[in-house]
Unconditional design. Structure first.
Length: 362
């Protein structure tokens, strides 16, 4: 074990998304490795489990957005870090304001080792576009953690940073839990999307159009869309307009999606961009293959085409429909991908990623 003892994980929230789920899981992983862990969440949204001491700033300060409230957050964070003798900060927050990040770097985090996560290929959400000031902040970091190789390369090419390393998000493969799910049987066959219902990111209009063009509905295979978000009603209206209200079903967000994932014929990802999509790892861990567009970034670092899933051209409804059709018409191809699904993600398991974190924390 290194001299590092106390680690603080900071996240915008701990509910609703893949990055938040990673922060939650990381708190347990690092605690299991013997570190003393504390967690700070900026917003009062805590639905995922947390290991260690929690400071919920959203609960303490509320949603106030005044200048005084913002400065109060910084003082509370700094005091919490000092009171808990934090050695290393691992920052998962969305960081789009360069002025705010200068304050974090030179005041709030002053004197601490900092590692910044970049969870999306749209890196301006994590490293502000102002190159001059961003370099002053992020060159000071001990490490920038990219969740995919494509993100690492993108950051290097954009900012010239060398203090960046890819560490993949881990997936916990629980054989006992998956065996328990076998008792659940759906009343109908379906393919599945689950995640945030935000079309400008997840491109769910493409998914509905591709399903409409496919042979799935004629074969009685429904499309199940699970999640919440601002575009849910718009997409329901779109499905109704295509006379698919009985074949495209919308279900609310669930904190434990594995039951519905396990019973899917395959899952689908149609995003315009990603970081490292956890839904793909979760699907494959359940032995369920994936049909995905080859967006930046993540899918082509998880999916081997025609081995554990299918990769198709981004934003092409005809190609996506054809890929979905092939999993219905070509039983040999489907069974190969299904057979290889779980084994294909062994390099992303918690044990492997834990070793990478031990090495970097040394």
């Amino acid at each position: 074990m290194s001299s590092i003892k106390n680690i603080c994980i900071i996240a915008s929230s701990l509910g609703g998304g893949g990055a938040e789920r990673v922060a939650s899981q990381q708190s347990k992983m690092l605690q299991d490795l013997g570190f003393k862990v504390c967690v700070i969440t900026i917003l009062n949204n805590v639905t995922y489990p947390v290991s260690g001491k929690l400071l919920n700033l959203g609960l303490e300060i509320g949603g106030k957005d005044s200048i005084i409230a913002k400065f109060n957050r910084h003082f509370k964070i700094k005091r919490f870090l000092n009171d808990n003798n934090v050695d290393v900060i691992i920052d998962h927050r969305v960081r789009s304001s360069v002025l705010n990040e200068l304050l974090y770097s030179f005041f709030t985090y002053s004197g601490k080792s900092v590692m910044y996560y970049v969870h999306s290929y749209v890196i301006k959400n994590y490293i502000p576009s102002d190159t001059f000031f961003s370099k002053k902040v992020f060159k000071r970091a001990n490490k920038i953690i990219a969740v995919s190789k494509e993100i690492e390369l993108h950051v290097k090419n954009t900012f010239g940073f060398e203090n960046i390393k890819t560490i993949y998000n881990p997936i916990e493969i629980n054989d006992e839990k998956l065996t328990q799910l076998e008792s659940y049987q759906s009343k109908f066959e379906y393919v599945l999307f689950y995640g945030r219902i935000v079309d400008e990111v997840k491109n769910l209009k493409l998914l509905i159009n591709a399903y409409h063009k496919s042979i799935l509905k004629e074969n009685g295979i429904k499309l199940l869309i699970v999640g919440d978000g601002k575009d849910r009603n718009m997409l329901i209206e779109m499905a109704n307009g295509l006379n698919l209200s009985e074949m495209i079903l919308f279900k609310p967000f669930t904190q434990s999606p594995f039951t519905v994932v396990k019973q899917a014929k395959f899952t689908v990802l149609t995003s315009k961009y990603e970081g490292f999509p956890m839904t793909m790892l979760e699907s494959l861990s359940c032995g369920v293959p994936v049909v995905s567009v080859d967006c930046k970034s993540g899918p082509n670092e998880i999916i081997r085409d025609k081995f554990n899933g299918l990769l198709v051209e981004n934003n092409n409804a005809e190609a996506l429909a054809e890929a979905m059709n092939s999993f219905v018409l070509n039983a040999k191809l489907y069974n190969i991908c299904k057979k290889n699904a779980k084994e294909s993600i062994s390099k992303f398991n918690v044990e492997t990623i834990s070793k990478e974190w031990l090495n970097i924390l040394k």
